[in-house]
Write a protein that binds this ligand. Structure first.
Ligand code: AMP
Length: 397
């Protein structure tokens, strides 16, 4: 897919609509003021914003925040994000009262080079997720140039990621988008072998596409999280009360037979008598006793997975190995995060993506120590499945 980089555009005196990913967690401070709880995503878009401003353009930023469902919902307002952005850039940030319409068009026309306007949450408009002509045209009327820097939503054909882009002839990828695409291209097109994928999380059904496509490329696929129990059950192993998808057992059997020895399943577990931090916790071998549920991989599995990871030249990881949000079941996920860092030190190219695995690697303070932490879980999975992303297609000339 051919598209321009933001550095190839003439931005002087132009109004630049930048699709950013400001879908950040918020918190309410003790004084009742709502503020940004984690500004990683905002900081990640600063290189593109600063470049546009330094090149003599004005920046009109558009993002979604949460799922307001196509209507204005006060708790999903971009106002706290705008305030935080003003602190990070040291510049005033105009918060537009609406996403599209006469008012915001008038503000956009009055913007001087170097000024920033943040549009209100684009998902306040129902036409955003349906990619309506009305919202696409409304956004396109605000700008002379379109830049997409929101890799995390590039797998969605929405008005702000696709419709508006196609209506603005001058368009390009921002720095963050480019870095993500370049890095993941390296993994999808020419990975160094041994190539190991670690896939975890809740459901097999969410990750069938990625498992099938990874099996064509990887030397080893390590399975963890709840989805491992569907595979174990498909092999006739006792899984007790563990979360399983019984309508996916045939599919799991089919994947196992196709994968042969390349697919690896946990051989021991940390289990509990309830899905709770205060449950009674026990270790088990491969069979899970009745009345218990598997909530994390056990030490033998950590050791065997780690030895495979440490021999790899390329590693990708998506999805936690257990219920890492609860302390008694977090060890497997954090141990694998640490092994990824060790593999990186030994020269492997290591990529982590997906909200929960990224949260785990950030919480353990290791995010700087792997090769790449992707800002897009779904977008990364779709790229790895070999799909083209609508947000990238829309940047094409
Ligand atoms: P996903 O969004 O599919 O990557 O799934 C992430 C979620 O899976 C996290 O919230 C984990 O707590 C959950 N998870 C991981 N392992 C298990 C397990 N063994 N049992 C239940 N939930 C799990």
């Amino acid at each position: 897919m051919k598209y321009k980089a933001v550095t190839e555009l003439d931005l002087a005196g132009k109004r630049v609509l930048i699709r950013v990913d400001f879908n950040v967690p918020l918190k309410t401070n003790p004084d009742g003021v709502v503020a940004v709880a984690d500004d990683t995503r905002i900081k990640a878009s600063l290189p593109t914003i600063n470049y546009v401003l330094a090149s003599g353009g004005s920046a009109i930023l558009v993002s979604h925040l949460g799922r307001p469902g196509g209507q204005a919902v006060a708790k999903y307002s971009m106002a706290p994000v705008g305030k935080h952005l003003a602190v990070l850039t040291g510049l005033p940030v105009i918060i537009s009262p609406e996403v599209v319409g006469a008012q915001v068009e008038a503000i956009s026309r009055s913007l001087a080079p170097g000024e920033i306007m943040l549009l209100e949450n684009v998902r306040f408009e129902a036409g955003e997720t349906t990619n309506s002509a009305e919202v696409s045209e409304g956004l396109a009327r605000l700008a002379d140039v379109y830049v997409n820097d929101a890799f995390g939503t590039a797998h969605r054909a929405h008005a702000s990621t696709s419709g508006a882009a196609l209506l603005i002839p001058e368009r390009a990828a921002g720095f963050l988008m480019q870095k993500e695409l370049d890095t993941l291209k390296k993994v999808t097109e020419a990975p160094d072998h041994p190539f190991v994928a670690i896939v975890g999380g809740a459901k097999v059904s969410d990750k069938i596409g990625i498992i099938e496509s990874l099996l064509e490329h990887v030397d080893n696929l390590l399975i963890g999280g709840a989805m491992a129990y569907t595979f174990l059950k498909a092999k006739g192993i006792e899984t007790g009360n563990s979360l399983t998808e019984d309508d996916k057992l045939d599919l799991a059997r089919d994947l196992l037979s196709r994968a042969g020895s390349r697919i690896h399943l946990p051989t021991d577990h940390i289990c509990a008598d309830a899905f709770s931090e205060t449950a009674t916790v026990a270790s088990s071998d491969i069979q899970i006793p009745s009345g218990m549920m598997g909530l994390d991989i056990g030490p033998k599995t950590i050791a065997s997975y780690s030895s495979i990871i440490l021999k790899a030249k390329t590693v990708i990881w998506n999805g936690p190995m257990g219920v890492f949000e609860m302390k008694p079941f977090s060890n497997g996920t954090f141990a694998i995060a640490k092994t990824l860092v060790d593999a990186t030190k030994k020269g492997a190219f290591t990529v982590v993506g997906g909200g929960d695995s990224v949260a785990a690697i950030v919480t353990s303070g290791l995010s700087e120590k792997v090769s790449h932490v992707s800002t897009g879980g779904g977008a990364m999975l779709e790229l790895l499945e070999g799909k083209v992303l609508p947000g990238v297609v829309a940047l094409g000339s």
